[in-house]
Design a protein around this ligand. Structure first.
Ligand code: 4NP
Length: 155
């Protein structure tokens, strides 16, 4: 594994998808003994800065044995491009926003989180949905987190 590895998961509000992805990644990396991989999350928007994850995201993660209640939302900053190796986006709009902010040269690379992990598709925004949408997000981010462990081991 190439070290250090620093991963930043990004969505719009940093209260639903990316904190769930952060929690899943931390859990699967810890289980795999890859705790040296740094993981964080951020939002492209600033509406929820300082807020804990959405209560439905916390409840969904908890049902799967992962506590994300201590996370607090923050907004993506220019410094993140220098610090993180990968900026992993939930959907195409997030990826476009990240690419618009990226420095012209150097800095972390950006991708869709699912595709970076070798899986298909964006992660749809569950914010205006119901519990089943949050469950579907968990299924996606946990599959990507497990695939990420394999990718990082192979790197
Ligand atoms: P997230 O979901 O990007 O997965 O955190 C959202 C949370 C809040 C809003 C939109 C999406 N919002 O418009 O406030």
């Amino acid at each position: 594994m190439v070290e250090p590895q620093r991963l930043l998961v990004i969505c719009l509000g940093n209260i639903c998808r990316s904190p769930m992805a952060e929690g899943a990644l931390r859990a699967r990396l810890r289980e795999a003994g890859l705790s040296q991989v740094e993981v964080d999350s951020a939002g492209t928007g600033d509406w929820h800065v300082g807020h804990p994850p959405d209560s439905r995201a916390i409840a969904t993660a908890r049902r799967h044995g992962v506590d994300i209640g201590g996370l607090r939302a923050r907004q993506l900053s220019a410094r993140d491009f220098a610090y993180f190796d990968w900026l992993l986006c939930a959907d195409h709009a997030n990826l476009r926003d990240v690419q618009a902010l990226a420095p012209r040269a150097g800095g972390g690379r950006s991708a869709l989180f699912m595709e970076w992990a070798g899986l298909a598709g964006p992660i749809p925004d569950p914010y205006t949905g119901d519990e089943s949408h949050f469950e579907q997000v968990w299924v996606q981010v946990d599959a990507a987190a497990r695939a990420a462990v394999a990718r990082l081991r192979a790197d």
